[in-house]
Structures are given as C-alpha cells and as structure tokens.
Design a protein around this ligand. Structure first.
Ligand SMILES: [Ca+2]
Length: 526
C-alpha cells in the first residue's frame, strides 16, 4: 500500500515536473524578433546586384535566410508605410494613418503593443513611427513601439548622418532584458536626406563610373551620380551597424532563435521615387533570416509580398492569434509557407499581386488636399489610377513641390526647366499625369512608357482595374465607395493651411526642401 502511495506521489511530482519543463521549453521556443529598417533606401544592396553599394550584413542575412525579389510597401512615404507595417493593414484601411503627418488613431493597436501585452520585452532605437504623431485617447504621448534606447551616441562620418549609435543601443537593450523573449526595432535615420555632397566619393571611395545607369527620368550628370553615391554611403553606414548588431546577437547565443528582418520603409528620396507609387517608389529591399524557422536558406523568392504580411508573421511566430489579439482585423498573410518551403522562385501561386496607393503625403496644395492614387502590381505589370489628375502630383510648384525632398538631383531638374535647357525630366518628375497609367515593370522598371493607350493592352488594363477595385472594395476602401474626401479631411499634425498661409506672405519654413525649390514664374505644363 505504502509502495503504491510512493509510486503515486512520484508519478504526480514527475508529471508536474514535465509540465513545468514543457512550459519552460515553450517559453524558450518563442522567437525573438529583430527588425532593421532603413529610412528611404531602395533596393540598392549588393545582394540585389547593386554595382555601387556594398552591404555585407544585408547580404549575409539574405544568404543565411531568404531574399525577397518582389517585396513592396503599400504606400511609399514614411508614416503611412510604417502604419502598414505596425498594423498589418493597407493604408486605406487606417483612417487618418493613411496620411503622412497626422495623429495615429488611438483605436488601432500595433503588433509591438500586442507582443508587449503577451510577455515580450519591446524596445526601439532611432526612428520609429514618424513624422506622424501618436497619442492616447486622453491626449498623452503613446509609444507605438515600446521604450526608446537612444542613450549611446557616436561621432558620425558626415554631418548629416545621425549621432545615434544604433548597435550600442541594441547591446544596451539586450543586456537589460530578463528571460523574456524580445522584439527590438532598429530604425535607421539613413539614407534619409540631407547628404554631405561628395561624401560618397570622398569618404566612401566610390566612383561615379560604378553606377551602371541612372534611371531614364533623370539627366545623367556628374552631380546626379554623386547624389546617388552620397545616398549609397549612408546605406553602407547603416549596414555597418547591422554587422555589429549581428555580432552582439551571435555572442549572446540568441542568433538561432531570432527572426531577423532587414528592410526599408520605401524607395529612394529622389524625384519620382519616394512619395509616388511607381516601381521605384514601393519596391523595397527585404531579407529575412531565422535559423530555427527557415531550414532551407539562401533562397530567392519571386512571390509578391507586402509590408502588411509582417505583423501576422510576427504574431503567429509568437503564438498569438491575430484575430483575438485586440488588433483590428489584419489584411496581410503570414509568410510561413515561404519560410517552411524548400523552393526558390514562386512558392505560393496566390501571391501574384500587391496593392499600392496614397492619399495626402506632405502638404503643399490648396486646402491641404492630397494626390489620391490606387494601383496594383500583378504578374510584372503595374496599373495605376490617379483620381485627381488636375492636381499637381508632387504638390504645387509655387510652394516648392513639397512632396519631394530637396537635394542635388531635384535642384538640377528644376533648373533645367527654368533656364530652358531641358523639360522632359521636369515633366516626368513634377508635371501633371494622366488619369490612368500602365507599365510593364519587367521591361520598364523606370515606368517611363505608359501603355494605357496602346490597343494591345486595353483589355489587360481594364482587367487589372476591375480586379484592383474589387479587392479595394472588399477591404473597405472609402474611395471606392464615393467617400474619398474623408481621407483629405484628417487634420495635419504639423502645419494646417500651409498653402494659403504661404501665398498670403506668412514666413513658414519647410526644412526638407531648398529655398530655390519654390517656383516664382509661370509654369507651362505642356
Ligand atoms: Ca522614409
């Protein structure tokens, strides 16, 4: 009898021990997530074949993980792009967060907030959600991505590279955290403008001849090429931090159980790129490495993936059911089929499209209106619809085309028109656009040859338009229901009524463009 009792007690204790062990094992299995995001970097990384940018850390992540050849942001501007990452929803599903410098609606929860509520340690260094502002219901500052770790600084290589020592701040975060799994966001301020002119050549030892070709919508000049090199030098600076971050992670013994995502919020801060919805605007670099989760590595994937696919991927990896997480329904789909596959190329047949679009980015039009666009990439084609083609696409000339950051290339193109030298580049970058555009992105990634009036493409264009509108309607896009004006009415969180105030003579500075960007003469847009 006593023996049986001992046996019973032994079994109970053992079973309890197994339960505890299992729980601990589950805890250690939940992966950490390291999210590395450049600010305004196109796909100019050596893993993608860039001839003038060396990015060994990005390339390592791609080689020991997956390189995505068709990754897109739904909206090519800082705040709306980051809103899509944080919520897993497209920007037309995010009310005010569709726009650039607005107040992030308090009722949209972000995936880092949900991770924190579910036992993750969450933090960031550098740029998080910006320049939009986030407040709680009662008007207090809201941390969409946890606590900031910006204590450590350094002396940067140029006067425009941030002083933030991203890599050291990550080390600081890692040394403080307890036994919990963690999420850490490294938001580089690079390669956002401004640049130190000539730094790419002078400090990065780069040659203008290394650039195989500048896009067809830019004049091919020495100053434009130098602008590219200065941008590339800033990307390399960020990549140097990533190399240090990977070393810290490796030394901590946590490399294998960490999902590492390295990307950028949208394309280059040059005319016709950032702030538009062309191929070079939305196509972003994306490499993902996860030793414990991606068994077949060094793969190149052709599936179309979107930023909205990241939030569900992270939540699922953390064992959190997105639909009961407290977030608004997520539109994106997790990337696990791609992670678990051993295939390169196309893995999921259904991933053959992405949707893109915008409403208001930077201000600079009468009545603070935007330039609404919707578009769809599918099977190598890009269909775009511009809903207000009478408006200036990059904002009004007399207020400096404010939706295009100032810089050497912009100044050069504006001067070419002003001095009667050449108008075609100005027309492509700043001039009015037709209501519909269609491009063969495989043959024409610069999106120069609009095929919309080519009879061979009439049926394809109408199919794409129909399919795009059907998908947008299903996603609750207000513009598809005749309420597009609502997106224009969300107040700006920076300056309201800039255009009218400037025209009346008020002195308001806009730090992101040059004083010479403001046009003073009449513009003949024909
Ligand atoms: Ca940006």
């Amino acid at each position: 009898m006593l023996k049986k009792l001992y046996l019973f007690v032994f079994i109970v204790i053992s079973f309890g021990f197994i339960l505890i062990k299992t729980k601990t094992a589950f805890e250690t299995k939940r992966p950490n997530i390291l999210f590395l995001i450049a600010d305004d970097a196109g796909i100019d990384f050596s893993a993608y074949g860039s001839s003038y940018t060396e990015t060994p850390a990005f390339d390592r992540i791609a080689k020991e993980g997956i390189l995505f050849n068709r990754a897109y942001t739904p909206n090519a501007k800082c705040s709306p792009s980051r809103s899509c990452i944080l919520t897993g929803r497209n920007s037309w599903q995010l009310e005010a967060a569709c726009n650039h410098a607005i107040y992030f609606p308090p009722h949209f929860k972000t995936f880092p907030e949900i991770l924190a509520q579910n036992g993750y340690e969450v933090g960031l260094t550098g740029k998080g959600y910006a320049p939009g502002k986030a407040l709680t219901y009662d008007g207090k500052p809201r941390k969409l991505i946890g606590e900031s770790y910006d204590h450590f600084t350094l002396t940067p290589q140029t006067k425009y590279i941030a002083k933030t020592d991203y890599a050291e701040n990550f080390k600081g975060f890692l040394s403080q955290k307890k036994d919990k799994p963690w999420f850490f966001w490294v938001g580089f301020h690079e390669p956002h403008r401004a640049y130190e002119y000539g730094s790419g050549a002078r400090k990065g030892n780069k040659k203008t001849t290394a650039i195989q070709k500048v896009p067809n919508y830019f004049p091919d000049t020495d100053s434009v090429r130098n602008d590219f090199l200065d941008y590339a030098y800033e990307i390399e600076n960020a990549d140097g931090h990533v190399a240090r971050i990977l070393k810290t992670l490796e030394e901590s013994g946590q490399m294998d159980n960490t999902i590492i995502v390295y990307t950028s919020d949208h394309g280059m801060p040059f005319p016709r790129m950032k702030g538009n919805q062309y191929e070079h605007s939305n196509h972003i670099p994306l490499a993902i490495m996860w030793k414990n989760g991606i068994k077949t590595f060094n793969r190149k994937i052709e599936d179309y993936v979107s930023f909205i696919d990241l939030a569900p991927t992270f939540l699922d990896a953390a064992g959190i059911n997105p639909s009961s997480s407290g977030m608004h329904p997520i539109t994106g789909q997790n990337l696990f089929k791609i992670f678990n596959s051993s295939k390169s190329g196309q893995v999921e047949e259904s991933r053959n499209f992405v949707l893109v679009g915008q409403e208001r980015h930077d201000f600079g039009r009468p009545k603070d209106v935007g330039y609404p666009i919707r578009g769809m990439h599918k099977n190598g084609m890009l269909y775009l619809k511009n809903y207000e083609p009478d408006r200036w696409p990059v904002c009004n000339p007399e207020t400096g085309y404010l939706n295009c950051d100032g810089g050497v290339t912009k100044t050069f193109i504006l001067n070419q028109r002003r001095y009667g030298i050449e108008k075609k580049y100005w027309k492509l970058c700043f001039g009015h656009r037709p209501m519909e555009e269609l491009y063969n992105v495989n043959n024409d990634p610069d999106c120069i040859y609009n095929l919309i009036n080519n009879v061979k493409y009439t049926s394809l264009a109408s199919q794409l338009k129909k399919e795009m509108e059907k998908k947008l309607k299903a996603q609750g896009d207000l513009r598809m229901q005749g309420y597009g004006h609502i997106y224009e009415e969300y107040p700006n969180a920076e300056i309201i009524g800039f255009y009218e105030r400037f025209i009346k003579g008020e002195k308001i500075t806009t730090a992101w463009v040059e004083d010479t960007d403001y046009e003073t003469g009449m513009i003949d847009d024909y």
